[in-house]
Design a binder for this molecule. Sequence first.
Ligand code: 6MZ
Length: 341
Amino acid sequence: MVELYTPQQLAFCHRLPKVELHAHLNGSVRDQTIRELAAERGVDCEVTNLLSKGHRTLSECFKLFDAIHRITTDHATITRITCEVVQDFAADNVIYLELRTTPKARPEHGMTKRSYLEAVLAGMQQASNTASASPKQVMVRLLLSIDRRESTQASLETVALAAEYRAQGVVGIDLSGNPSVGSFDTWLPALQRARELALKLTLHAAEVYRPEETVDMLALRPDRLGHMCCLDDALEQQMVSANIPVELCLSSNVITESVPGYADHHFQKLYQAGHPVVLCTDDSGVFCTSLSREYAITAQAFQLSDAQLTQLSLQSIEHTFLDKAGKEQLRQRFQALMASS
Ligand code: 6MZ
């Protein structure tokens, strides 16, 4: 088997201070935690079967998310997984994490979108409390996701919550979920509302080929785009001229077969054209990866030097949803860590 990267590349990428901008909470849960929760709820067979598959199509992925959601139903579990996910990114030398999650109303579990969000914030706080003595500090901000299965009303609720919890670290809105489900006009009112409220916007786009939808998404001029795997020349041109940064998740795209292999990934084309791109994990739990590993895979697939990787990571700071002062503070931390390493 061809090695995806060398141990030296992985070691360098691990040491490199990094910025994660596209990570879904329930897709980033530790394997061990999933197995524990599944065993507690007596559904270990179903979950273990789904987990054990190395390759999974996009639709199989969404079955796995549904299975994970069935075992992360209570507030204490949401708090636990949030804390663990933040700790895992910190341990990987991620210095800034924009975590995203879909607030869920589950009346049967006494959960509302608001109480779900509060449970996530409690997990962020717990991680921050336990990290106070550690040199590996990660600054965390939150994006609230709208799932493509949600109605106009439900997506408007999510946007209202995001605006209300801005002071607690919510910086924007994401549209995600099974790309073959739903129609863009359902969530457009909520996305426009987010704009009016000055929330930042990132959309999962062109994870499958849906050109009419991608045109509508580009017309909204989101602040960032996720994936952009399946484009024709005209759409690609539009994206490039709009200069919208793209969150790229190589392992996710290869495993789900949105792109045929690492060497074929559109990272290369966009990077060489100088288009703003950010390497991300998507779902580190579901795809058994880490941000360091994604950097190492990219380094090997496209022969990037340590200096180019450092630059790529540093430039990611520009595409965060922090304000100018926040970005500057993060740049200084990045430079200080590089100088001391
Ligand atoms: C689109 C994805 C995704 O929100 O419950 N999600 N949406 N494409 C992907 N590529 C593989 N990976 C994850 O985290 C899980 C949810 O994130 C979205 C899906 O809506 C999934 O249900 P949260 O924390």
